[in-house]
Design a protein around this ligand. Structure first.
Ligand SMILES: Cc1ncc(C[n+]2csc(CCOP(=O)(O)OP(=O)(O)O)c2C)c(N)n1
Ligand code: SF4
Ligand SMILES: [Mg+2]
Length: 351
């Protein structure tokens, strides 16, 4: 049975989107994460983002690796395609799935451990190939699932719950992505849903690799005094680059912003991301400026959030492979298995 034909869940007065679905129909199974975990707030933002985009569940593919963060694909939008891979290997599954069906919307959920240690080699190649997907790193500075060891995103000087102090420099996924040619790079905070929902919507509509690093405190192992990934630290040190709204292509634009202080980015389907600058002269098309601004904020100990860089022109992995317009997964057998005669002809040409 198609998800869309499921009976409506909830009270008849609940608002519905253009598909006639309520927000509750974008939920998944019940979360088993610790109460207050930042990852659950991100799940709520993804549900809101998909509902607001009128996303057909059968159009969506959810992918993940291993970690508390990677478990969250079970907690949003039942009825999608879904694959929970081996630790750190989600990007290659996303690349293969993209090659098989370029028409679906891919969302990968990972953690700072999954992405920046065991999965780092996978992540960097997905970025440089511009695989068409939204890649979320639910970043808490620790391996939550294995009980709170420092991850590669832990800042120098940050304290573990038991008191050890981290001495090794962090990998900043945002700076890494910019240096590798990522075409959409942003950072959010699980405690700021108003910013996170349009960020996720824009990332889903971006054609190419969209990386959003989301600070997502681990309340059980990394939310204490001395941690730079706690709710308190992020709230006290957050610097927001822009106010943002996302307007899907099928909606009229009625958001008012002062001309001259707003940057409008048109996504390839005609949707608009509207960024009202909180800082003078910040241009999200200028990568050098993004790197400069991020380095300054690191030196000051700030947590900079917003859209750092967007490039809507670079071809995707599938464009570069010169793939057929019709998804491989839907081509008839006579096309994908041309038969012995054609094979013999090819062999003859190679002789
Ligand atoms: C091949 C392999 N190595 C190690 C592990 C153990 N392990 C499970 S989850 C994890 C790290 C999870 O950290 P992160 O990705 O940050 O997710 P979080 O739990 O913090 O959300 C590790 C090392 C594993 N499951 N598989
Ligand atoms: S251990 Fe940390 S990351 Fe894992 S569910 Fe609990 S709070 Fe979340
Ligand atoms: Mg983690």
């Amino acid at each position: 049975m198609s998800f869309i034909n499921k009976p409506k869940v909830g009270h008849p007065s609940l608002p519905t989107n253009a598909l006639g679905l309520t927000r509750r129909q974008y939920e998944g199974s019940m979360s088993t994460l610790c109460a207050g975990c930042g990852h659950d707030s991100i799940t709520a933002a993804i549900i809101e983002a998909c509902w607001g985009l009128d996303m057909r569940p059968e159009q969506l593919v959810k992918l993940s690796g291993i970690g508390c963060s990677s478990k969250t694909t079970a907690y949003f939008v039942s009825g999608t395609h879904s694959f929970n891979g081996v630790h750190g290997r989600m990007p290659s599954i996303a690349s293969g799935a993209n090659a098989a069906n370029r028409e679906l919307t891919y969302i990968g959920i990972s953690g700072d451990g999954d992405s920046l240690s065991i999965g780092l080699g996978q992540l960097v190649h997905a970025i440089r190939r511009n695989v068409n997907m939204l890649y979320l790193i639910e970043n808490n500075g620790v391996y939550g699932l294995t009980k709170g060891q420092f991850s590669a995103s832990a800042d120098i000087g940050t304290k573990a719950k038991r008191g050890d102090v981290n001495q090794t420099p962090p990998i900043d996924p945002v700076l890494l992505a910019l240096s590798l040619g990522a075409t959409f790079v942003a950072r959010g905070f699980s405690g700021d849903k108003a910013q996170l929902v349009p960020l996720i919507q824009a990332g889903m509509r971006h054609k190419g690799f969209a990386l959003i690093d989301i600070l997502s405190p681990c309340v059980t192992f990394n939310d204490h005094e001395g941690s730079t990934k706690s709710y308190k630290y992020v709230k006290d040190h957050e610097e927001i680059l822009q106010d943002m709204s996302f307007v899907p292509h099928f909606e009229e634009i009625d958001v008012e912003y002062d001309p001259g202080t707003t940057v409008n980015v048109t996504m390839h389907d005609g949707s608009k991301l509207m960024l009202r600058k909180l800082e003078e002269d910040y241009d999200p098309a200028n990568k050098i400026e993004a790197i400069r601004r991020l380095n300054i904020s690191h030196q000051k100990g700030e947590v900079l959030t917003g859209v750092f860089y967007i490039n809507t022109k670079t071809p995707t992995f599938i464009d570069l492979l010169n793939m057929t317009d019709q998804p491989l997964a839907t081509l008839p057998e006579c096309v994908v298995r041309p038969g012995r005669e054609v094979l013999e002809q090819v062999m003859e040409e190679l002789r």
